[in-house]
Design a protein around this ligand. Sequence first.
Ligand code: GLC
Length: 451
Amino acid sequence: MKTRITAAVLLVTGLLIISQSTQAQLPKETEAQKAQRMKWWTDARFGMFIHWGLYALPARHEWVKNHERLTNEAYQKYFELFNPDLFDPHEWAKMARAAGMKYVVLTAKHHEGFCMWDSKFTDYKATNTPCGKDLIREYVDAFRAEGLKVGFYYSLIDWHHPDYTIDRVHPLRQSSDSAYARLNKGRDMSRYREYIKNQVRELLTNYGEISIIWFDFSFPGKNGKDHNDWDSEGILKLARSLQPGIIVDDRLDLQDVEGGWDFTTPEQYKVSKWPEVNGRRVPWETCQTFSGSWGYYRDETSWKSPAQLIELLIESVSKGGNLLLNVGPTARGVFDYRAQERLKSIGEWMRFNSRSIYNCTEAPSGFTAPDNTLLTYNPSARRLYVHLLDYPMGSLTLTDMADKVKYVQFLHDASEIQFSRGEEGNRNDLILELPILKPNVEIPVLEVYLK
Ligand code: GLC
């Protein structure tokens, strides 16, 4: 009897230990520690996203397999033809650096399931195509050599893996429960969950320090997938244990879990104000494309202008956020000429104006942006930056600033801007005297030294 009770106690204790260890907490952090861990990223403000995979060959959206409901067989030709003979990641990295970008995130695997590295856990990878290279290795080395922090995007969704169940965003999506049941017979998400972990372990072990990881994306609800389908907590614990400093997006469906995400990811739109969760401002980054799709899309004509893109960057910083701007390289392995042109224009602007971007954030309340301007602020230098989106005629008024300003200059050429106090009735305003001629800068910036 006694031994039976002891055995039962041991069994229960054992189970408790096991369940505790699988429920091990995510690393705990204070808000100040989190801000410190993310500091390089919030200071950097500007990164490059790269969506590259087999979808560069059809060149009509990275979701082409889904949009056209293609089977694995129909999609196979792209695998057999993938041969980016002009791929030179050093060239990419140089362009990113010249544009002023400080970090980079590349699709190691997108929804199509194709792996850009030599993963031990699949044959569906770049090394088995005519390309024959571990593209992740070359990417990581090249961007690091240019001084950028390196990150990965890893798709949770996988339209190729045999255990991944057909759901409502799958190319083989169905219209009835019975059809789903039939197609999903024999598919085993627990094996797929293992596959994710094995791959995340490879990516976060074999390529040195990885600064960012994007897991993309969850879609809870009927015929959807949520954190339980991925074992999001398990994935995140693994990622954090392998790369303690890593910065993680918010698409694992762990919004309500403490430590379940680091930053929020408004995609392809401008936020109206600094995003908040439970009344507190959170780190955020908007990801944006040049022309609409993420992967290379030959026939897209909706390319944003350089001015729009520069404004997007300023706008993000003016609300305390980052911009991750995407390039979709071609299947030859180069950046489309339109992307190159835009990166160059952004780089020209950044060369002279990046002081209003790096280490900057939203201006403190109490500073009013004049019409058609955006403000950013560097708290440690105590400088305010006024971005002139629509160049004014001769003068600009800074409301209630008369007693706050020491000196003002154009940022691009450090030329003085003279100022005076407003007339009777507006004595607190500061009137800046601007040249009539707009300087030869896409968006001119005033640098305001505060007292
Ligand atoms: C969406 C899309 C995807 C893209 C991503 C970038 O989730 O599914 O194609 O990679 O956004 O944020």
